[in-house]
Design a protein around this ligand. Sequence first.
Ligand code: NAD
Ligand code: IPM
Ligand code: MN
Length: 350
Amino acid sequence: MRVATLGGDGIGPEVVREAVAVLERVASIYGLPLELHALPWGADHYLATGVTVPADGFAMLAREFDAVLTGALGDPRIPDNRHARDILLGMRAELDLYVNYRPIRLLDARLCPLRGRGPADVDFVVFRENTEGLYVNAGGRLRPGTEDEVAIQEEINTWKGVHRIVRHAFEFARARGRRRVVMSDKSNALTHGHALWQRVFREVAADYPDIEARHLYVDALAYFLVTDPAQFDVVVTNNLFGDIVTDVGAALQGGLGMAASGNLHPGRTSMFEPVHGSAPPLAGTNAANPIGAVLSAALLLESLGATEAAAAVERAVATVVAAGQVTRDIGGTLGTREAGAAIVDALSEL
Ligand code: NAD
Ligand code: IPM
Ligand code: MN
């Protein structure tokens, strides 16, 4: 079980340090053959060396590691964030991590910003297409910097790309006993690319008569996520919409500090990261919530088949949340290190 860790920028290294401590503890409890290896990729490394990702970097990850745990990338000293694009979007594209798996699970009613909603109302999964759409970054600028500037940003949707993520969403629903899959697009306005999503969704849904398949335009999805999240089991959508709605999902769980994700290519080296960014104002203040990173480590364990260890980490997180042994963003008084230590202690006691 070889895992590369990549703290990255801002609060990334702080939350990854706690997630690593949790991984080490759970590996010793369950006797997992875990080997961790830290990579220096990030803003400091780029500013010092001019290198974002070494020439063989992605091939090395695929060859030498079973999974990658990432903190966050983004640094104000690099205004165009080119290193973040190279490293983060690079891993998604070069390792072909086409499934962005973002579970949205509320652990305690106190954390939900919606009045009167509890854990039973917020428990669904978003599958975000992770390799194409607007993130392909196709396009260009004509006459940049003038009043005649024209900027073109093309959205790429391929049958293979849409098909594999929609298929994954239905397979997940069936395997986990989830009964409803919602596909969300903007096909009333984007009549080329999103017509393809409509076609593929209808075709794939026909293979799953046991699962209710429903379509929502993304504006309506945004509305229902806030007014009635209990109706959702599995949501599948494109790259940009998935980015946006999973920050709404993070809010439903108590904030960005709570949200976990996996960037997956089933059967290959996959990458796990909290949904949040590098939060520059919090960096170095021991204030960041480590739970998003710790729950991402649980998703990593689960993907490598260590299901009992993954469940133990989730139980330990639920324990500290119930006890209020958490950071300030979710109503506690602890720092990042102390909140991480509380999870490690809870693991040892389980
Ligand atoms: P952000 O997620 O870093 O922060 C948004 C808000 O959430 C801030 O108020 C922050 O304080 C709070 N927050 C985030 N994580 C938290 C945590 N663990 N605990 C407590 N509070 C937390 O988003 P942003 O400010 O838009 O972006 C900052 C930088 O991070 C940018 O460079 C952006 O591109 C990058 N970014 C990277 C990733 C990634 O690496 N996966 C994701 C999102 C943003
Ligand atoms: C995320 C982030 C990234 C994205 C950024 C940093 C490029 O917001 O992982 O949600 O848009 O995918
Ligand atoms: Mn995002």
